[in-house]
Ligand binder design. Structure first.
Ligand code: ATP
Length: 711
């Protein structure tokens, strides 16, 4: 019997203990007791003071009665901040983000050009209903409850393949948060084909069991037939669905707070559009504003390849588990089939170095042999993992994406070659935009009034910094000073006169100097909006010397100027610092690649700025020449009688020749339009545009027209 076996085993251990050890232990115990025990007089004094010596509060038996399994959903329900649900504002963003990321992943995996609808509606003071729909492949009926009602269930965790999701927590956690805060179930409708029935579910997660509970259709969900009958059913039951042949829509009601500006849903969607030029996004916000980001390319990113783990990236514990799971293959088979880059000769070398036979059965490999194998792997020379499994955005699409959304006049991009951290391939891409009109100068009075009304900022300064990308504290202070406002004034309580002064100051103050670099961080094409300072991307930007590229920068700060920078890491496994996937961990290999990417675009910016400065200097010089040439030609003609008009013309020609750089025109790749040996060659990956032709950084499209009421 199992219990009997355990007892004898325990007895054996006890008997095996050397006598001396138990004696020693006793001595120590005595010593400790001596130390702890207070003299009788002291003890009685303590008791008389009401401080009794500590009593045993519980026993191991009583404690055992309270010890039990913790379900993963219970754990994350208590620790929802770990998943990005720390506060109502972030909860709204995380919910949208999880659903949108899943939708894009599913469409790309199925080879469908993604179109996504995001609709946020306010249902009460602090409750919002979020609906996200895609035109993806849909989800099979039996999978829907598990995907939306069970934490740690997904298709991406067990594979090494570049995708937005990795953990299998995201969307079910969002649903769980919704149920917890509003009591409303998650609603899902999914359709796999035009002639197939759609499936409609209302689900709650049972946190105790980490299992889905289906609330509609007597616990079975509902099938909606295709065609007109189905349309009628959808309408009759108020199910939200944009008619599509296939796709999925998830609706979650949750406690939330809607904001604009930094860390908002709008910002996330805008940044998503930059890094995913192949998607079309339709977004309707709670104030009925509709935003559409049309795709700028119809080409899907190439399908990422799945790879096996590289032996260098596998830690000791993982190797032991993999050996256990191998279920009796030979060591050589195990090594060649479970890892990338291990051929039979390499497997033989590893086994030789570990002193174990290549034909040894994995069942017979104990802890000691596993450790020997682990060290042998580190000592054996194995080729770096294949890197063709990474799908970067590409320089051309980065330029297109940034040009579409970020105002500027100079754009540069750099895609680094793939590299490896801890056995995982990754690739870094950088995009940079310079110039353009400040977002504060582009807004209308009406938009400013709306923004002031909607903001949750407590002070005008906070409002300015949070609403206008790249403005920075210095820029905000300049505007506030010019408008003669107090820094601590509440934006919602400004009087009409003060709003007018603020508006005028925003239009007139040149904030380009005070503006600091706006950083857009991405991991597998997903924008990262929180924990900026904890992220390897930000830290590498801060440690780069931007002064050598023509930007001003104070020690330890972000560079100043109208400049936006995007950094993208693509990897089969992105090393996030936590489950909420907000910041990249500081691996030296990753930091090095980021640094090289920054230098590549920085050098091009430096060349562009120096060239621009020269044009300006030369045109200033020419202006001075031209101002005095008339006088000079008149005086010379009076002195020596030469014809003034001819002399003047000649002098003007000389001045123009001497200041020829002032006429320099660059084409959109940064090349001088007229051929010249000193031509500025910025390479292919730059774009130069007319900044006055660009849309504003804060640009709200018109509201949805209300349907005229029928009489
Ligand atoms: N809109 C969708 N269309 C098709 N499949 C989907 C959709 N949404 C989710 N899925 C499937 O459900 C699984 C679970 O999604 P979930 O968001 O919980 O985790 P994940 O995306 O795998 O990882 P992470 O927790 O990192 O986001 C996905 O792996 C995917 O297979």
């Amino acid at each position: 019997m199992a219990t009997a076996k355990k007892k004898t085993a325990k007895k054996k251990v006890r008997a095996a203990k050397p006598a001396t050890r138990s004696v020693k232990k006793k001595k120590v115990k005595k010593k400790v007791r001596k130390k702890v025990a207070a003299p009788a007089s002291e003890q009685s004094l303590a008791e008389s003071n009401g401080v009794a010596s500590p009593k045993r509060r519980t026993t191991a038996k009583a404690m055992a009665a309270t010890q039990r399994d913790i379900s993963v959903s219970e754990f994350f329900a208590k620790n929802r901040h770990l998943l990005g649900f720390d506060n109502p504002r972030k909860a709204l963003l995380t919910t949208v983000k999880e659903a949108v990321d899943n939708s894009i992943d599913a469409c790309e995996e199925a080879g469908i050009l993604p179109e996504i609808w995001v609709h946020i509606q306010q249902t009460s003071a602090d409750h919002y209903k979020v609906g996200i729909q895609d035109n993806g492949p849909g989800i099979l009926k039996k999978q829907i409850p598990l995907i939306f009602g069970k934490l740690l269930y997904g298709s991406k965790f067990h594979r090494l393949r570049q995708s937005r999701g990795q953990q299998g927590i995201g969307i079910s956690a969002a649903g769980m948060y919704g149920v917890q805060t509003t009591g409303k179930p998650v609603k899902i409708i999914s359709k796999v084909g035009a002639r197939k029935s759609a499936h409609y579910y209302e689900i709650q997660i049972d946190t105790k069991k980490n299992e889905p509970r289906i609330l509609n259709g007597k616990g079975e969900g509902v099938d909606i037939p295709p065609g007109d009958k189905g349309k009628e059913y959808i309408e009759k039951h108020g199910i939200e669905w944009v008619e599509q042949p296939h796709g999925t829509r998830v609706t979650i009601e949750l406690e939330a707070k809607f904001v604009r500006g930094r860390g908002s849903v709008g910002e996330y969607l805008e940044q998503t559009a930059i890094a995913n030029p192949h998607i079309t996004l339709n977004y309707e916000d709670p104030d009925d504003f509709v935003y559409t980001y049309e795709r700028s390319t119809k080409t899907l990113p190439p399908e990422p390849k799945e790879i096996k783990p590289h032996p260098y990236g596998v830690e000791m514990g993982r190797l032991a588990t993999m050996l256990e799971e191998a279920q009796g293959s030979t060591l050589s088979e195990f090594l060649t089939s479970r890892f990338s880059r291990v051929s039979s000769p390499i497997a033989r070398r590893i086994c030789q170095s570990a002193g174990v036979g290549t034909r040894t059965n994995t069942r017979k490999v104990g802890r000691k042999e596993a450790e020997l194998l682990f060290h042998a792997i580190q000592k054996t020379k194995i080729a770096a993992p294949a890197t063709d499994c990474i799908c970067p955005i590409g320089e051309d699409l980065i330029l297109k994406g940034m040009h579409k959304v970020v105002p500027g006049e100079f754009y540069a991009a750099a895609t680094r070659p793939p590299s490896v951290y801890r056995g995982n391939p990754f690739q870094i891409e950088v995009g940079l935009t310079y110039g353009g009109t400040a977002p504060t100068q582009n807004i209308t009075k009406d938009l400013l009034l709306d923004l002031l009304e909607e903001t949750d900022a407590r002070t005008v300064r906070q409002f300015l910094v949070h609403t206008f990308n790249g403005l920075g504290g210095e820029g905000a202070d300049k505007i506030i000073k010019t408008a003669s406002l107090g820094t601590r004034q509440t934006p919602g309580k400004l009087k009409p006169k003060e709003i007018e002064a603020l508006f005028t100051a925003m239009k007139n103050v040149n904030i380009a100097e005070g503006q600091s670099m706006e950083v857009l961080r991405y991991a597998n094409r997903v924008p990262l909006q929180f924990q900026q300072s904890a992220c390897a991307i930000t830290q590498t930007i801060l440690n780069t010397n931007w002064r050598s590229y023509g930007l001003s920068q104070s020690r330890g700060g972000l560079p100043k100027g109208p400049v936006s920078l995007m950094v993208h890491i693509a990897s089969v496994w992105v090393p996030f610092t936590s489950e909420s996937k907000e910041a990249i961990a500081n691996y030296p290999e990753i930091q090095k690649e980021i640094r090289l990417g920054l230098q590549a675009v920085g050098r091009k910016l430096g060349m562009f700025l120096r060239r621009r400065l020269r044009v300006k200097q030369q045109s200033d010089r020419r202006e001075i020449f031209l101002r005095y040439l008339k006088e000079v030609s008149n005086a010379v003609s009076e002195i020596n009688g030469v014809k003034q008009p001819e002399l003047y013309e000649q002098l003007v020609n000389v001045a123009k020749r001497r200041t020829a750089d002032a006429d320099m025109k660059l084409d959109e790749r940064g090349k001088k339009i007229q051929e010249d040996p000193t031509q500025l060659d910025l390479g292919e990956n730059v774009l130069i545009v007319d900044p006055t032709q660009h849309e504003a950084a804060i640009n709200r499209v018109e509201t949805v027209e209300e349907e005229p009421e029928q009489d």
